[in-house]
Ligand binder design. Sequence first.
Ligand code: COS
Length: 382
Amino acid sequence: MRDDFYLTDEQRGMRNFVRSIARDRIAPLAAHVDEAETYPAEQLELLGEQGLMGLYIPEAYGGSAMGTLSFCLAVEEIAWACASTAVIYLVQYAGGWPIVAAGREEQKRRYLPRLASGEITAAFSLSEPGAGSDAASISTRAVRKGDRYVLNGVKLWVTNGSQASVVTLFATVDRGRGKGGVTAFLVEPTFPGFAIGKLERKMGIRGSPTVALHLTDCEVPVENRLGEEGEGFKLALRALDGSRPAVGAEAVGIAQAALDAAVAYAKERQQFGQLIASFQGLQFMLADMAMQVHGARLLVHHAASLVDRGAASTALESSLAKCFAADAAMKVTTDAVQVFGGYGYTREYPVERFMRDAKITQIYEGTNQIQRLVIARELTGR
Ligand code: COS
């Protein structure tokens, strides 16, 4: 597909480089990561060694400042190879970007160089048992006591939460203030009162740990508050505006892998004395899959480019991209299983994994129903 003529040479070069290391060194491990539900530490180390953890981080703090589109290009290539590795990689943006955007100089110096080198990883923690789509209703409390805040509550669905050295975590300083009470904190697992809770057993992206976090009189120094009190909700939504295209890119990577596998299989498998690729019913399926993948990729690149151009808000385009790409990935991976027939339903071939991995992209970083709500609001002004 001629889909890279509009990239800069630097972006194309980076994309090709990530493609080669992802296919050579990450893809061969993906089935094991899924089967054994094992953390892809080696793969993340490789990405760090190759200078790929800091694409969104300014050069002054050790990153390469290549921007959101470059980040999405990398995510797609990694997701093609291993969706578990890709999701851990992409939450680095959600966890780390708020520090870039709202961190004080001292906070940037403390965390960003180590995130950029891959020495440490980050997580993003907004959701709670009672606050998923309705993110503003979080109830984890933060009470200021002198030079620290004391946090109490339970956070849920924290990707990489058991591995991260810094968690960008949202709590409320005053529930009565609703969204206006939500405040961001940079929480380290060594802080007193911080504990990792239940590890979820998931359908897909099984190598990426998803945990609960328990905050029991957790002491967070005031200097670890990110931004001012009450600025957290908008910061979280702005972070999601940037990371939703990356979730779209993850979906595109999974879908492209499924399409590639389906095409290769259709050109190998014979029935009724001919290759199944010669049947029009199957050709039309493959054509539809290719349209979905290509359309999704363009929406992702468009949204990410707007983020890079400093658009005042990309809520509409980010939601369009995330929602379309996730739905496309679900459809394309389901069709890929169909192309493989009975074999596709077995663990002998990777397409069943692609289908399980694709499902989460319709759910996290805002369900696709929330994306449609954001899109509709942008259209109608409500
Ligand atoms: N960037 C910055 N600010 C934004 C914004 C954005 N993308 N979208 C909305 N805002 C602002 C609004 O302008 C409003 O500001 P004022 O109070 O000054 O007017 C404020 O944020 C509240 O916005 P809104 O009233 O739209 O909030 P709602 O609670 O009605 O809805 C949704 C917000 C549902 C869109 C939000 O809660 C959401 O995205 N939920 C899904 C959460 C999610 O993605 N969770 C997964 C995270 S991974 S753990």
